[in-house]
Design a protein around this ligand. Sequence first.
Ligand code: GLC
Length: 610
Amino acid sequence: MTKREFLARIRDWSFGAALIGRTARSADKPAKPFSSYDPLVRKLLAQMTLDEKIGQMVQPDHASLTDPADVENYFLGSVLSGGDSDPKGGNTLADWTDLYDTLQRHTSKTRLQIPLLYGIDAVHGHNNVLGAVLFPHNIGLGCTRNPKLIQDIARVTADEVRATGINWAFGPCVAVPQDVRWGRTYEAYSDDPKLVGELAAAAIRGIQGPDLAMRPSVLACAKHYAGDGGTTFGTGHDGKGFDQGDTRVDEPTLRRIHLSPYVAAIAAGVGSIMPSYSSWNGVKCSASKRLLTEILKQEFGFQGFLISDYDALDQLSPDFKKSIEISINAGMDMVMVTDKYRQLFTDVQALVKEGRVPTSRIDDAVTRILRVKFALGLMDKPAGGRDQYQKNFGSGAHRAVAREAVRQSLVLLKNDHRALPVSKRVARIHVAGKSADNIGNQCGGWTITWQGQSGAATTGGTTILSAIKQSVSGSTQVTFSEDGSGGEGASIGIAVIGESPYAEFMGDRTDLALTTADMDVVRKLKQAGLPVIVILISGRPLIVNDLLPVADALIAAWLPGTEGAGVADVIFGDHKPTGKLSFAWPRTIAANGEAHPAQVLFGNGYGLTY
Ligand code: GLC
């Protein structure tokens, strides 16, 4: 190890130790280490057949189950609902609860009755379920820089997840995006690893509670390990973009930027970690013994379990059985699959029989999974209190937490001639833009469907236009046109523009300029002679060089979720803007992506107030 590497290691560790110290001190009560459950685990493991052990390592999507009874036939330890994998009956709270109960009931017919861990992407609230409270995506939460608020949000999310019975959320995302053209930028808190670690630890404490066995604890999942946000442009999904690409950095750089948040996540007691689809210097994370076992489990001391990403093993080798051998021997503990779950089960049986996967590796994987099930309280008592969670689901109290999160997530980037705050008593406000009356755009991806969808009726909530109407005095008229026309004679114009919903590689972009249609909305308001306020709804910083000369005021609202009233609270000055950028805002995007200082328009930490 060179001196530079040694010093970098010390710096990483001192940073990590400081974080661990602070996290341990700040946690309500440090949770018991997962290994403290080993006496119980060993007793159960000793009773298990090889098939029952292998079943714990298999996680099919519920929509792929050929027969729900396969939960019994294959001794399944877990099931998930992927982005678009909904109950057949629909997306209500009742539909999801019935689905969970039906599958969980099958485990009671197995010999050992080991309950299922049921996993879902509750990444900004229980976002698959109609009527759930949807919070700002993490990019907005990063701008609050408020760990306590993040913990409260995570607690409310756990409450609403538990209302459906589900007990595992695939979050928080602890990516540290290095190029905002990546389609998953909005799932991350910041491009600063220290802030990511701090807020991820808070989210984990909120989701899991101070002790996993305390209600309403839900298992958290730090993802995607490691370097998912640092990939090289053009190496991504299908050889394009960033997502699932190759992160080409040396180990000290990987540790400093992409690994340090996992030190914080482990210190916060995270019970599961999801390896990334992406690669590190050409080696798939899901195949890397260096990453999964040597660094994460041996050096960082992670005692929970690793869950692969959705069919990620298909990317390791054309031979599925070979992929399974590579990944499990590298340290993967549970495999997330769709149609090939039966083949996964029989391939692992064969790999063990052929001596290609040692039984010690199977026992280690199942030990880790069972530790978490004991810690979650799954093994001793049925999770009680569901009727209370169902009563709180989508409640006013939950919406109040989300509205506060929206207020604190907004970043004021420009405010000339005191255009903001707007008086509630002006004669007329003309609102415009595609995202003014559009819950779908407000919520972004991972909302009811995987990609999210534009539209007013995606799920219940308050659009920004409705919130403006509800805020003004009786004498104030509020008019609206999506294209910006009709503003003549108004006192002020408010344009709500930006991005439409997307998720994962579907959001990779090479060009971050505003659309011509969006710019036309702003120009029409200007030509009508109005002071123009722009509210940007986006999953990342966009190129605003053409916008700035036309807009009198500009607020980055990110993807605020269902509680649009939080935006109106800041527009009318009921709450001053306090958000500070958690990402550098580029002036232009260099060909290779870096936003060099010369190309930074607003730095990380920038944000105005009234
Ligand atoms: C997706 C995502 C991951 C998610 C998983 C399950 O492809 O990469 O973030 O948790 O599959 O939906």
